[in-house]
Design a protein around this ligand. Structure first.
Ligand code: DC
Length: 441
């Protein structure tokens, strides 16, 4: 079940900014539901539909396709394949959106769309009725509030920065009007859910609110994981035990996959000698395709303990393979203490640990050149050297795949129990620079 964070509250409480920042920090999918109502409103304006003619507006709902693409928490909104991220914030849309969002059929369709987002992955969704109506069983419900005067003041400052000149009184009036409309509509009104946590942001900075929200999410997330783990402890306990049967099965599967990769993918390994025969090392590669982690594991002479996203373990066959190969499942987007403990144990045992600093396939491209600092953190925490690996190839049958190992990189100069972010970024950069160089050699 995905983890769902619902953030509700009136306009001007900083919901949008907070949600975006938290999504970026914790790797959650950010869904701004106001944008969905804004898309419908923009289409009503584009088609010059009469507001009195509800039938036409309702019919329109079957003809529009709204998509949200997320890039590191930043949303791009597409309406019928056209990027409308900026157009939906125009004044004409602002003036009409509340009225459009009062139409019951519009709300039903948008609600269906919103629930669809929560089926696939962990999300943070902001709006008015997320805690009360869209996801009444959300893992976390937060209601952000602030006095109308404070919200009007914030909007005035925002407008001034953008060179928009609307008097304070007019802004305050518009905020009060929208509050009234949002709170008093029949369907999906804005209200504080019984089990929601109220944060009054009137005297708080954005950073303070963000920290508070992240604290709430991290506490709850870790508790949820702990509960799941308590249920699974009997499996977990033996998960990494090296039984004879397990080692034999691993050897057989390793040979089979190795043959398959050599014949079908024509995998070639360069500079294998860069993996020393003994001792702890962290192996960091670029992540191209789903097929590349097994390629690393089956072509290496030493056993590689791979870290992989926990979602893979939802598939029983992959979970079994994970068990055979001692794969360490990691929850993405939060601090997964169990995964970290196991990783440190692997290195303590003088074994090889492999992970992808990009976090996800082609993560460097997807996140505009930024990578996760997980690998860097383990390197800095333990002082264990990192072996960079460049993987080149498309993993299409009978084309070539090259795995190129670089020389171990020593980061022991940064070793610390609590490494600084600045150093982690330096380490991540050096690792990625080496990986990129190795893919181009
Ligand atoms: O958050 P926003 O200002 O972009 O929202 C625009 C309008 O959409 C707002 O006036 C109320 C409406 N809305 C809603 O009715 N339900 C939601 N879940 C989100 C927004």
């Amino acid at each position: 079940m995905p983890f769902i964070v619902a953030i509700d509250g009136p306009a001007g409480t900083g919901k949008g900014t907070i949600t975006k920042l938290v999504a970026q920090d914790l790797g959650l999918l950010n869904v701004d539901t106001g944008a969905l109502y804004r898309c419908v409103t923009l289409e009503v304006i584009n088609r010059k539909l009469n507001l009195e003619n509800k039938k036409e507006i309702i019919e329109l709902m079957d003809e529009i396709n709204i998509q949200i693409k997320n890039n590191n928490g930043e949303q791009t909104i597409y309406l019928n394949e056209k990027d409308v991220t900026y157009n939906i914030r125009k004044k004409e849309v602002n003036d009409l959106v509340s009225e459009i969002s009062n139409i019951s059929e519009v709300r039903q369709k948008i609600t269906k769309l919103e629930r669809g987002f929560g089926k696939k992955q962990d999300i943070i969704m902001e709006g008015r009725d997320i805690s009360t109506h869209v996801f009444p069983n959300a893992d976390i419900k937060i209601y952000l509030d602030a006095t109308p005067e404070e919200r009007a003041k914030r909007r005035l400052l925002q407008n001034q920065e953008k060179g928009i000149d609307i008097p304070y009184e007019e802004i305050l009036h518009s905020i009060n009007k929208r509050d009234e409309n949002d709170k008093n509509r029949k369907e999906g009104p804005l209200k504080l859910a019984e089990d929601a946590i109220l944060i009054d942001t009137t005297n708080m900075t954005i950073d303070e609110v963000k920290k508070e929200v992240e604290k709430i999410i991290n506490n709850k997330y870790n508790k949820k994981i702990k509960n799941q783990e308590i249920k699974k402890t009997s499996i977990k306990k033996d998960a990494y035990k090296q039984t004879k049967v397990k080692l034999i099965i691993r050897k057989i599967i390793k040979i089979l996959i190795y043959l398959f990769y050599c014949i079908i993918y024509r995998v070639k390994v360069l500079n294998k000698q860069n993996i020393p025969k003994t001792g702890a090392y962290i192996i960091c590669a670029n992540h191209v395709k789903l097929a590349d982690p097994p390629a690393l594991v089956v072509t290496a002479k030493r056993h590689i303990n791979m870290i992989a996203k926990e979602e893979l373990f939802h598939n029983p066959f992959l979970a079994w393979l994970g068990y055979i190969f001692d794969v360490i499942p990691v929850k993405r987007g939060v601090q997964d203490i169990e995964a970290m403990k196991r990783s440190l144990q692997v290195l303590k045992n003088d074994e090889l640990l492999a992970l992808y600093p990009e976090g996800t396939r082609n993560g460097l491209k997807k996140n505009n050149g930024k990578v996760k600092n997980g690998a860097a953190f383990i390197a800095a925490r333990t002082g264990v050297p990192v072996i960079p690996v460049g993987i080149k190839g498309s993993f299409k049958p009978f084309t070539k795949v090259i795995i190129n190992y670089g020389e171990p990189l020593d980061f022991s100069r940064y070793q610390s129990k609590q490494p600084e972010k600045e150093n982690l970024e330096k380490i991540s950069k050096e690792i990625m620079d080496n990986i990129i160089r190795l893919t181009n050699e």
